[in-house]
Design a protein around this ligand. Structure first.
Ligand code: MGD
Ligand code: MGD
Ligand code: MO
Length: 757
């Protein structure tokens, strides 16, 4: 058998360990950057170095000399790669030819090297000067009938300085159309939490892991998507802290883990069991589970026991009675049927929660990417409030964010629904009147492209068409545009699905140095626990003709707004000047930014609920009721399966590092469908059979993905999983959380249409 053939083989070892060490070495080798990559890894997440371009998890206190993980190493190796996409490459391949290649192939071509413009006559990208590129953008934007005809996307790798200037440029241009990756990710946190506790961010810091007495991890694949958190989990577990993992997939690292940085464990092939309670939840069953846990608490209260924090509730909260009524009205039989969890186990989880004096609840996409994701986040907050789990060491809510600066971008103005207070600050600081009406989030921006209302798309990072739902329709929408611009490090599908005019603008990456006329500059990012730190690249830029994102934003503004009130040229060279403006616009949180950032460890942004201060409209924390037990609309079809689209161990969102998914035992294949063996048998399917999956949407649009291999996997009944972005064609655009705009990528109703005997 060749080593490229699909192979499926259960993985029975702990996650982490030597497998992770070997994978790190392998990826550096593949990208031919062993020496350069290893040198850069030494500077990653160290004071004076740069922040890992992968996930948003904070650094655990710089205790170790090597503060990176296997997947951080992959992100870096792919950024520092020796491969290059040059003008000759584009000369050799038409765009149609490139479209036929896989996402993996595109990624493996290497770093972009110079600005390119699409030439329709030859169907190729051809070189173009930076001046011409900016002039083209300016011409298109100024030619629009209304500024609302342009969509300005941001992906979360963009640092604070570039994101802030982008938000000012776009607002001076005249729109709040800021679709961003957060709209597909943790927006249910950003929108769901403010009415509940007053901030749309997590409340814990890394030290809280040392004080927690119980940790819940709901819908998050820690070992793959925030591997540095495993260090904290291992330490907590060694202290005997119970960990409750709630997931339809028994993710390997949540079961057993070997710390690659623990010399003794590595040498002795030891490992630490992680979850003390693995809750094998049905997709979308979390709301029922949470209500079950709360029901146990209210039942015991009714029997005279004291299991809720009555003082905290009296002093700090509003709405407990309505919550109790809702929770007590739920039937145990329904709770068990919908969650798929036996009452016994729900009672055990409740017991763990009640015994703990400080509980943290961490969660990821398994919670947010549902039709009522924001409501679900509010129920997590309810559970925490019941025992006063805010504002004390070891307790709080911990949304595990995605992109390394997705939270920071939001903080500095990437927001399609900005507050009036913020807009007043922008007006006062910059002297122009920003638009007051709300702009488009990601789904609305695709709708605007579909119906012709949008004409221009600018993507500051990311791979928009590949990340959004309804792939085929998104492609068609994108192709109707007058101009598409991709500001990027790597070639991706988003550059190939383009408007009549199109530009690819290559940028200096996170790990690389930024030299300007004023000397070497650094940027800043905010991690998932609200720590703001400096990031200084150490490598030479991948090509001489790359520009930093800050300069690209300033020059777009200069080309578009000749009468601008903002001195754009002054920000190109001096990033302290940008930070001073951030401090002026956000005096409460960023006062003295340029000074404070000199502390090599950075600083923490104030999160009022940590002090039991609630910046809600009534000044209290609010128990918010969401009736019922479902986080997704119900479908009346007995053949229906719920599909969760998830990440493999070898990808970063739309960037595919390899076709393997080690911990789930899949090699050389991404077109798979994980299914419960009884669901397979009930459909008369053989293991390994190829099938077609079809969405049940009822909107008259046929959405199918063919040639998926069915794999027996310990999924709950009725639940299937497969990979994002390959399965995005199945996700209807209209299938999203109305509060946050986040597509319900974790629970698409589907059925098997072929292969049934
Ligand atoms: N290496 C690497 N790191 C990354 C990323 C990456 O692609 N690769 N992406 C980054 C980004 S942008 C993000 S947002 C995060 C994403 O990190 P995660 O939040 O871990 O995202 P996913 O892999 O999409 O899936 C999350 C988990 O949800 C579970 N799940 C699915 N449906 C349900 C459900 O109904 N209930 C529950 N309880 N669980 C469910 C899945 O089985 C899976 O384990 O990671 C970030 N870090
Ligand atoms: N079905 C389904 N769909 C999903 C999800 C899911 O779980 N299921 N997850 C959603 C989530 S959580 C997210 S966050 C989105 C992700 O959506 P995006 O953020 O749009 O996608 P990425 O794949 O992270 O973007 C990768 C591209 O970013 C560019 N890039 C990398 N580094 C830099 C940099 O430093 N600067 C610039 N300018 N560009 C850079 C590279 O060219 C690379 O090709 O996808 C969403 N879509
Ligand atoms: Mo994300």
């Amino acid at each position: 058998m060749s080593d490229k053939e699909p192979r499926y083989q259960a993985y029975n070892h702990p996650a982490g360990g030597w497998g992770a060490a070997a994978a790190t070495a392998k990826v550096l080798m593949e990208q031919s950057v062993i020496t350069k990559g290893s040198r850069a890894l030494l500077a990653m997440n160290q004071p004076g170095g740069f922040k890992c371009p992968s996930c948003a998890y904070p650094d655990p206190e710089c205790k170790k000399t090597l503060e990176f993980c296997e997947n951080g190493a992959k992100a870096l190796a792919h950024e520092a790669t020796k491969f290059r996409v040059t003008r000759e490459f584009f000369q050799q391949h038409t765009v149609s030819e490139l479209m036929a290649q896989s996402d993996y192939w595109l990624e493996m071509q290497g770093r972009l090297t110079e600005p390119m413009r699409y030439d329709a006559a030859t169907d190729r990208y051809v070189p173009c000067s930076w001046d011409d590129a900016f002039a083209l953008i300016g011409d298109h934007l100024r030619a629009l009938d209304s500024p609302h005809e342009a969509e300005f996307y941001t992906s979360g790798r963009t640092p604070n300085e570039a994101a802030f200037l982008y938000s000012i440029f776009v607002r001076e241009f005249g729109t709040n159309n800021f679709p961003d990756c957060s709209n597909m990710c943790h927006e249910p946190t950003s929108r769901g939490l403010p009415p509940s506790i007053g901030v749309g961010k997590g409340t814990v810091v890394i030290e809280d892991f040392e004080h927690a007495e119980a940790i819940f991890i709901i819908g998050q694949n820690t070992g793959t998507n925030s591997p540095r958190m495993m260090t904290n989990l291992v330490e907590a577990r060694k202290r005997g802290v119970p960990i409750v993992a709630v997931n339809p997939m028994p993710e390997r690292a949540l079961i057993r883990f070997t710390e690659p940085q623990d010399v003794v464990q590595m040498a002795t092939f030891g490992s630490t069991p992680i979850a003390s309670e693995f809750v094998h939840i049905r997709i979308g069953g979390d709301l029922a589970l949470l209500k079950g846990i709360m029901k146990v608490m209210f039942e015991r209260e009714a029997l005279g026991e004291s299991v809720i924090d009555r003082d905290f509730i009296a002093e700090h909260t509003i709405g407990i009675d309505a919550l109790r009524d809702d929770v007590m009205s739920q039937d145990w039989a329904d709770i068990v049927a919908i969650s798929g969890i036996a009452e016994d186990q729900i009672r055990r989880c409740a017991e763990i929660y009640i015994r703990s004096r400080a509980t943290m609840i961490c969660y990821g996409m398994g919670v947010t990417q549902h039709q009522y994701g924001s409501r679900m986040v509010q129920q997590i907050a309810n559970l925490l409030l019941l025992r006063g789990n805010f504002g004390k060491p070891g307790a709080g809510i911990a949304p595990i964010r995605g992109h390394s600066n997705v939270q920071g971008d939001r903080t500095v103005g990437i927001d399609e629904k900005p507050s009036q207070l913020y807009l007043d600050r922008v007006r006062d600081v910059f002297g122009f009147e920003p638009p007051r009406e709300h702009g488009h989030h990601t789904v609305e921006s695709v709708e605007a492209m579909k119906n012709g209302a949008a004409k221009v798309f600018i993507g500051l990072g990311g791979n928009f068409v590949r990340a959004v739902p309804d792939t085929e329709q998104a492609y068609a929408a994108m192709r109707k545009l007058a101009l598409t611009v991709g500001i990027a490090t790597k070639l991706n599908r988003g550059h190939l699905v383009h408007g009549r005019d199109a530009l690819i603008l290559p940028v200096v990456a996170r790990s690389e140095q930024i030299h300007t006329k004023a000397g070497e500059q650094f940027v800043t990012i905010e991690d998932a626990m609200s720590n703001v730190t400096a990031s200084r690249g150490v490598l030479e830029p991948a090509a001489p003709d790359l520009l930093p994102e800050v300069e690209i934003v300033c020059r777009m503004a200069l080309a578009t707004l000749p009468a601008s009130k903002v001195d754009w040229a002054s920000y190109i060279d001096d990033y302290d000047a940008i930070r001073d403006k951030i401090a002026e616009v956000y005096p409460q949180i960023y006062e003295g930014f340029s000074e404070r950032i000199k502390d090599r460890k950075g600083f923490h942004l104030d999160i009022p609920p940590r002090r039991r201060v609630w910046p809600t409209s009534n000044g209290k924390a609010n128990f918010l009721v969401f009736e019922g037990l479902h986080v997704d609309a119900q479908v009346d079809d007995t053949a229906m399966l719920r599909l969760a689209t998830v990440r493999s161990h070898d990808q970063f969102n739309t960037t595919i590092y390899s076709n393997n998914d080690r911990y789930r035992g899949v090699y050389n294949d991404r077109m798979v469908l994980f299914m419960n063996v009884d669901d397979r048998k009930a459909r008369g399917l053989e293991p390994g059979q190829k099938i077609t999956l079809e969405t049940i949407a009822g909107d008259g649009i046929e959405r199918r993905v063919q040639d998926l291999t069915v794999l027996d996997y310990p999924m709950p009944r009725g639940a299937v999983a497969g990979y994002y972005p390959e399965l995005n064609p199945l996700l209807p655009l209209d299938y999203y959380d109305r509060i946050s705009g986040t597509p319900a990528a974790k629970s698409v109703p589907v059925r098997v249409v072929q292969g049934a005997a």
